[in-house]
Design a protein around this ligand. Structure first.
Ligand code: BJW
Length: 238
């Protein structure tokens, strides 16, 4: 067995694709339906908050209609059964890792089921539609709530903790991310420079594929359960 070793798993939209959640940059993906400048920047929100609220309300409303897939369940199993530590750093704002049973999950780009008050900066659980008529339950101001997600130009969450994990992991596994968006796109370099073995599992080679020591290309829902078996039986060496 692998002993007390540390694994960091970076996940992106591709891990939720087989659950029926749209990715961003694949054909027919979210950025072919809406302009990212309109819905995923603070400037887009300032220009048309109603449009941005309804974009995220629609994505939040989809959550009860989708289920975790075998890739999410494989990572939950890895966390339960691996002798060392397994931490998921997800760029996804859905809740499919948690619903599959993963407990150690960092949502670096925020969560659909949370709201953030632009006035008092407090974040809190919010599972229903957001509107500009609503008052912040923390400070009482009306019209100040936004989805608690990280837009372009904003600082992703828990970066100090994530870099600490990357510097101390033995295996860095990236699943279902195209490598277009920073800082997540350079996590592989950070982990690799600090001695981690690095592997990518993605439908196709990501932009950063040459930074990985090992790659497996295909569907996460098919490849990840096999890879987790290899990790748990010790047949994958790192
Ligand atoms: C499958 C599959 C299957 C399909 N199985 N695989 C130049 C250099 C460096 C940085 C910058 C730069 N210019 C600008 C920046 C900064 C900017 C940035 O990265 N811009 C790029 C466009 C260049 N980044 C930021 O602004 C970030 N903040 C920041 O940098 O702060 C400063 C800082 C610096 C240093 C350290 C720390 C901080 C914030 C980025 C916020 C991104 N926000 C979004 C929206 C979040 C809310 C929402 O969901 O709406 O996050 S954008 C969107 O992209 C979303 C995703 O999390 C993110 C990544 O997308 P992802 O997950 O990779 O999805 P896709 O669709 O791109 O890829 C899916 C992949 O899955 C594909 O490869 C498929 O093949 C694959 N796939 N089916 C396996 N079944």
């Amino acid at each position: 067995m692998s002993g007390s070793r540390n694994i960091v798993v970076l996940t992106g939209a591709g891990i939720s694709a087989e659950s029926g959640v749209d990715t961003f940059r694949d054909e027919g993906g979210i950025w072919s339906q809406v302009r990212l400048e309109d819905v995923a920047t603070p400037e887009g929100f300032a220009a048309d908050p109603v449009r941005v609220q309804s974009f995220y309300n629609a994505r939040r409303a989809q959550l009860p209609l989708v289920e975790p897939n075998p890739a999410h369940f494989a990572l939950a199993r890895l966390e339960r059964e691996f002798e060392g530590s397994v931490m998921i750093v997800t760029q996804n704002i859905d809740d499919l890792h948690e619903r599959a049973g993963s407990q150690k999950v960092i949502h670096m780009h925020g969560e659909l089921k949370k709201a953030l008050c632009c006035a008092c900066k407090k974040s809190f659980p919010h599972e229903s539609d957001l509107s500009l008529e609503e008052a912040c339950p923390k400070c009482g101001q009306v019209g100040t709530l936004r989805p608690d997600v990280v837009w372009f130009g904003e600082m992703p969450y828990q970066m100090d903790r994530i870099y600490d994990l990357l510097r101390h992991c033995d295996l860095f596994l990236s699943v279902g991310t195209s490598g277009n968006v920073y800082p997540a796109a350079q996590f592989v370099q950070e982990a690799g420079q600090h001695g981690a073995h690095t592997i990518e599992i993605n439908l196709e080679p990501s932009l950063g594929v040459s930074d990985f020591e090992d790659t497996r290309h295909g569907k996460a829902g098919e490849l990840l359960p096999i890879f987790v078996d290899e990790l748990l039986t010790g047949s994958y060496h790192f």
